[in-house]
Design a binder for this molecule. Structure first.
Ligand code: IPD
Ligand code: CA
Ligand code: CA
Length: 284
């Protein structure tokens, strides 16, 4: 049966594309300012509260950073909507929505471990327009505009175009994954998938930030990333960056990607994507 849920539409866009470079510039100013806040907070006196369960943490910096992003975005784009991990849901009726994750990788941040990042994405309904992800400790900025490619700027390179790796051998591939916070109680907790892939890949990593995991696939530093039950703010920017770098993206069962609560996705270079998918299909 045809799936009625809205698919991520990577190509069509109706906003005047000439507006996007300016929006991107403002987004970069905002994300770099938020990065300064997180650098100040890193390894400082962190106050931890729990959210959905004992593993799901939030710090004062997640909240402060979301507040900063919301204030700056609202000042710059008063008609745009904002969906944020720490509870922001402004102007839901707007055609243009920002998905923001003030700290993706809160567990790392709270333990004084890098990397972690800020993730911001602008969507027009189901079409991603801009994706931007900033890792403030390594000072690495990943960004993409729909149809205009994905790029990275860090201490070594400026605006370097991203391209997924060309590796075709799964046995030489580095994979990245992650686990849901309710992994101890969930029946579907990724333990079977990771055990299987440990047998077939050169290596498997759990880095701790879904947004950066997608950027690392985009940059060809890893061949594939999969994870179950992610939220829109975890992946909204990263999927555009990965797609613009040539990654194949799908749900974990191979069906087309769409943004919703608890997305299970696979992003990989095109050859490795089909190989990983074929292994996952042996599990069902
Ligand atoms: C989490 C990170 C982590 C992933 C979790 C996410 P948070 O986001 O992206 O890598 O495994 O599923 O919830 O809580 O650090 O913003
Ligand atoms: Ca997140
Ligand atoms: Ca977060």
């Amino acid at each position: 049966m045809e799936d009625a849920r809205p698919k991520i539409d990577m190509k069509s866009k109706t906003l005047d594309i000439h507006e996007l470079p300016k929006i991107q510039e403002i987004c970069e100013q905002i994300i770099r300012e938020a990065g300064e806040l997180l650098r100040e907070g890193f390894r400082s006196d962190i106050r931890i509260e729990t959210k959905s369960n004992a593993n799901d943490w939030v710090t004062q910096y997640d909240k402060q950073c979301e507040l900063l992003l919301v204030e700056r975005l609202t000042a710059a784009f008063p008609t745009h909507g904002i969906v944020g991990e720490e509870g922001s849901n402004l102007r839901p009726e707007s055609d243009l929505q920002w998905y923001i994750d003030p700290i993706d990788g809160t567990t790392n941040f709270a333990h004084g471990l890098a990397p972690f990042c800020i993730s911001m994405a602008l969507y027009q309904q189901t079409t991603p327009l801009i994706g931007m992800i900033y890792e403030p400790i390594g000072e690495e900025l990943f960004f993409a505009r729909n149809g205009a490619g994905a790029y990275v700027t860090n201490r070594l390179v400026t605006n370097k175009r991203l391209q997924v790796s060309s590796e075709t051998n799964l046995g030489r591939s580095l994979l990245i994954t992650g686990f849901p916070y309710d992994r101890r109680d969930a029946t579907n907790n990724n333990y079977r998938e990771i055990t299987l892939m440990l047998d077939h890949a050169q290596g498997v990593r759990r880095i701790g930030s879904a947004a950066l995991d997608l950027c690392y696939v985009a940059a060809g530093r890893a061949e594939a990333y999969w994870e179950q039950f992610l939220n829109s703010w975890d992946i909204a920017a990263g999927i555009l960056i990965a797609a613009e770098a040539g990654a194949t993206l799908s749900m974990l069962d191979g069906s087309p990607m769409f943004i919703q609560e608890r997305v299970s996705l696979l992003a990989a270079n095109p050859t490795i994507h089909s190989q990983v998918l074929a292994h996952f299909q042996t599990l069902s």
